[in-house]
Ligand binder design. Structure first.
Ligand code: HEC
Length: 142
């Protein structure tokens, strides 16, 4: 009558369960979690996000629509695209559009430029803003 020590089996089972519990989340960790935070999460297409949020008013080329053309907007001073009738607020703001100022404008347009005629509540989702900023940076003026 040599039965294995039930205490020992219990201990081994506990150890195995604990190891599995600790390893479990690794299997589900998305690949992008390991990447630096300035890379947009996989799945947000900047062009598509732009079309959805900005497309009703802005073109991605040199043509003005309800809003001014955004081609070449990165690096330009606010309210300076020739041929567009800006609000006084936007002309006075004289902000240079870079990653930081554009990001703040997209998050809350009338906080950065009080009185702007861009009637857009702002994009609260940082990942969507990031994707749209990267898309805008790729729209070179030529
Ligand atoms: C409802 C229409 C509308 C939507 C939606 C909209 N905009 Fe605008 N946008 C405007 C108008 C109108 C202006 C001009 C504002 C002014 O003169 O005060 C403007 C101005 C801007 C400017 C300043 C450009 C310059 O030449 O100084 C930027 C940058 C901009 N929009 C980016 C965006 C982006 C990016 C989105 C999408 C996330 C967006 N806008 C969504 C209407 C819109």
């Amino acid at each position: 009558m040599t039965r294995p020590n039930p205490g020992l089996i219990g201990l081994m089972r506990d150890r195995l369960l604990r190891a599995l519990t600790l390893a479990w989340p690794l299997a589900f960790m998305p690949a992008w979690a390991a990447l630096p935070s300035d890379i947009p999460p996989v799945g947000i297409d900047g062009a598509q996000a732009f079309r959805g949020a900005c497309g009703p008013c802005h073109s991605a080329n040199a043509r003005h629509r309800i809003g001014p053309a955004l081609q070449g907007v990165v690096g330009r001073v606010s309210g300076s695209a020739p041929g567009y009738d800006y609000s006084e607020a936007m002309k006075r703001a004289a902000v240079r559009w870079d990653d930081d100022t554009l990001g703040r404008f997209l998050q809350a347009p009338s906080t950065l430029v009080p009185g702007t005629s861009m009637s857009f509540p702002g994009l609260k989702d940082a990942a969507r803003r990031r994707a749209i900023l990267d898309f805008l940076a790729g729209l070179r003026a030529d």
